[in-house]
Design a protein around this ligand. Structure first.
Ligand code: 5AD
Ligand code: SF4
Length: 459
């Protein structure tokens, strides 16, 4: 065991840290960084809250269900804390940001409540909470960028996330993100390139650039000029060993020509894009303050497919936004059928406190929302299955990322983000190999070595 120190700086035994992550990939990245800042205090990850020295719930506020789940999970953690005595419980993320005071009132055994902008201060909060006394609440939007105060992350496998942009200034009327994550901020390009190099040196071959509005990226470049996402991607593509680049989540409004062109020119950029459209009705898009029409979205997709004919798309949809009529819903279904998505996320509209749409009238009744969501999901599911079925017989370069559920099985990732299973030795993990798709399982593909190359690997 290495040189571990307790919160007072004295050498100590390893402490167990359990982090539960809710919601988006940004939270997955943030959880990793919280583990990184706590590692020097002797905290090492564990996979159960039972007996943990510290439990962090990294929460999501995007829909009501996600927020309520936090309170029910806290109810389960309470007896674990009582049994252990000295367990620290922290609530982080967007519920903490939006409902910090309510958490403290409803769950007084919580020791630390911290927003997404302050996790670089966790060690300090842990020290204060460990000294006992009052709970610590830190949901400020500090002026110092947290990224400057965090240790360099390391990859823990062939794929990694890299946060390049945070926050949102778009204020879609249904969304809490501009309130919980604050204004848009883009990290300087030099920091991002340095972090990418570190991730690659520690084993990553595929990096997903993250941001709530990732294609609104406008970071300070080397010469002081502002770089857009296209320019950043081109610079990252120059790094030896970075074989695959993805980015998420994008907004149609920021899908500029430079970025579309990059999809045609940069071979490392994967031919798969998550581009939320939310609705196919111009009336609803306007009410949502999305800042684009249904035809704008169509044009973007057309240009993307011109630049990269094998481009596949995924999207987010909301069913039952206030004022949505049958006609509006039909417009959405029509757009779904016209574009064809290979994987999507769809949700019933959930009124969020403090957002303009929550006050709009008429709200769509729950049963209507549920019925529309059901119809939408049926079609989206068929589109996903059709795409997966059409992959059978094709050969893809697959990045093998880890072991599968069965002995001797590995799981990999196709260019289209599909999980691909193959029977192969674990020495191949980290390789990008051409695999022939032979079967479709519920949400993954089965593959064999492509004949021409078996058992070649590119390490
Ligand atoms: N109700 C339902 N879905 C929502 N989303 C965001 N806010 C809400 C809400 N209030 C969905 C959007 C977004 C995704 C991350 O979550 O589709 O793109
Ligand atoms: Fe929310 Fe809209 Fe910003 Fe996306 S663009 S985070 S949906 S406000």
């Amino acid at each position: 065991m290495g040189d571990t120190r307790d919160t007072n700086g004295a050498p100590g035994a390893r402490k167990k840290l359990f982090i539960k992550t809710y919601g988006c990939q940004m939270n997955v990245y943030d959880s990793g960084r919280m583990a990184d800042v706590l590692a020097p205090l002797g905290y090492a990850p564990t996979d159960t809250p039972d007996g943990a020295d510290m439990v962090i719930l990294n929460t999501c506020h995007i829909r009501e269900k996600a927020a309520e789940k936090v309170f029910s999970d806290l109810g389960r953690i309470r007896p674990l804390k009582q049994a252990k005595g000295d367990m620290l419980v922290a609530v982080a993320g967007c519920v903490a940001q939006a409902e910090g005071a309510e958490i403290m009132a409803r769950a007084p055994f919580v020791d630390i409540v911290l927003g997404p902008q302050t996790y670089h201060r966790l060690p300090e909060m842990v020290a204060r909470a460990a000294r006992g006394g009052k709970a610590v609440l830190d949901t400020e939007f500090p002026t110092e960028p947290k990224f400057d105060h965090l240790p360099a992350p390391r990859a823990d496998g062939p794929t990694a996330f890299l946060s390049v942009q945070e926050g949102c200034d778009k204020f879609c009327t249904f969304c809490v993100v501009p309130y919980t994550r604050g204004a848009e901020y883009s990290r300087p390009t030099a920091d991002i390139v340095r972090e990418a190099r570190g991730l690659i040196a520690s084993g990553a071959r595929e990096i997903t650039l993250l941001g709530q509005n990732v294609n609104a990226y406008h970071g300070e470049g080397a010469s002081g000029a502002t770089w857009n996402l296209a320019r950043l991607i081109r610079a990252l593509a120059e790094i030896d060993g970075l074989d695959r680049i993805r980015y998420t989540t994008s907004h149609p409004r920021d899908m500029d020509d430079a970025l579309i062109k990059a999809h045609g020119d940069v071979p490392q950029l994967m031919p798969f894009l998550h581009l939320p459209v939310q609705s196919g009705s111009d009336k609803i898009l306007e009410a949502m303050n999305r800042g684009h029409t249904r035809d704008d979205f169509r044009r973007i997709v057309h240009k993307l497919r011109e630049a990269r004919p094998d481009m596949a798309l995924s999207s987010d949809f909301i069913a039952g936004y206030p004022g949505e009529t049958e006609r509006d819903f039909d417009d959405t279904m029509e757009l779904i059928n016209e574009i064809g998505f290979v994987q999507s996320f769809s949700f019933k509209y959930s009124p969020r406190p403090g957002t303009p749409a929550a006050l709009m009238r008429p709200q769509v009744p729950e049963d209507v929302k549920a019925a529309r969501l059901g119809l939408m999901q049926q079609v989206l599911d068929i589109q996903l299955r059709n795409f997966n079925t059409a992959c059978v017989g094709r050969t893809f370069d697959v990045l093998l990322i880890g072991t599968g559920r069965y002995p001797g099985q590995l799981v990999g990732r196709s260019p289209y983000l599909q999980a691909v299973h193959i029977m192969a030795d674990s020495q191949h993990i980290g390789a990008i190999v051409p695999l022939k798709i032979v079967s479709v399982e519920s949400y993954s593909l089965g593959a064999v070595w492509a004949e021409t190359t078996a058992p070649a690997i590119s390490a």
